[in-house]
Ligand binder design. Sequence first.
Ligand code: 5CA
Ligand code: ZN
Length: 409
Amino acid sequence: MRSWHASDIPSLSDAGLPAATRPLRLHDTGTGTARQVEPQATARMYVCGITPYDATHIGHANTYVAFDLVNRVWRDLGHRVHYVQNATDVDDPLLERAQQTGEDWRSLADREIQLFRDDMTALRVLPPDQYVGAVEAIPLIVEMIEKLRAKDATYEVGGDIYFPVATDPDFGQVSGLSRAGMVPLFAERGGDPDRPGKRDPLDALLWMARRPGEPGWESPFGEGRPGWHVECSAISVEYLGMAFDVEGGGSDLAFPHHEMGASHAQVATGERPHARSYVHAGMVGLDGEKMSKSRGNLVFVSRLRRDGVDPMAIRLALLAHHYRSDWEWTGAELESASARLERWRAAVARPSGPAAAPVVDAVRAHLADDLDAPSALAAVDAWAAVHGTDTSAPAQVRALSDALLGVVL
Ligand code: 5CA
Ligand code: ZN
């Protein structure tokens, strides 16, 4: 599928600033520790994309802005970044929504994906190099299921194909959860632990035989559609290979989604790990509950934009929270972000300011430390709060904010 427009990133060295040196450390969910990610010249990242209905709410935006920081920090360090994202353009919740409203599921998905592209462009989230829909990935998905079948890592229940988790000795390492911790999450997040005929309640659906009234595609296992986890597993392995640097998404994807995807990939290829680090953003809530399409308690980026809110203020409101924290969206978030944006804009519009090198160093240090954006913003606040005599500083801080924080002043 078409990705979206990449906003320009100013070069900090052209702005007269020194090169970045501090490697990025990110919190890895499975080990529960912050680890240095050590990408090669080309850093490789996969971030799970939207299921295209009710896009783009503030929770989605928070997750994509978090991984956009990873992308920007890597680029600042001189890496090329190979970034891949999917869109789950056929799945149960999308089909259910289309059925409820009587809309064709394809037009619903197309419209929401376009809305998402527009929101991401407005928020200056750098686009993936490959933006891949589940439907267009069906041949890749079938190929992965065939590989699993050849390794005796599939079985059938009532025409549907399952993956036995027992075939992956590393199952559990992505989320770091015990079995007792997994079972309730599996049921809550789209799994079917109680289905009769499964060998293990946690075994994951790879291919679902076509149900009446639903779309289906021909495959060696009969007409049907792909399960959810194998979609991201197949797309990531096809475009990035194994042992790519970061797999990302919101914390609700750690289990079962990223756990299952890793097991599928590891068993299908015989290589490990699927990703070197599994990184998860916190959940944004509204009125005491996780913001989610199924609950309907949503604040949309497009709605805020239509109401005249500056997308850079939305971005600053998100960056004011550490990406791993769970937090609640309120109108006050936006007010303080808008005030901060005004202060920063006023400061870079001055003819001179305090020297930029210390604030550049501070922003880089905070972002390298597991993306501590709130501290990075505080460093820019401190710079903007005082006057100075360095005439190159305002342009340098403008370039810093644009390149590393994605906030155009
Ligand atoms: N299509 C799948 C991933 S393959 C999916 O989870 N789609 S989604 O539309 O439900 O979510 C898209 C991304 O936004 C995921 O990374 C998810 O973890 C994240 N997300 C969803 N709700 C929230 C929320 N309330 N706060 C933060 N992130 C969220
Ligand atoms: Zn995914």
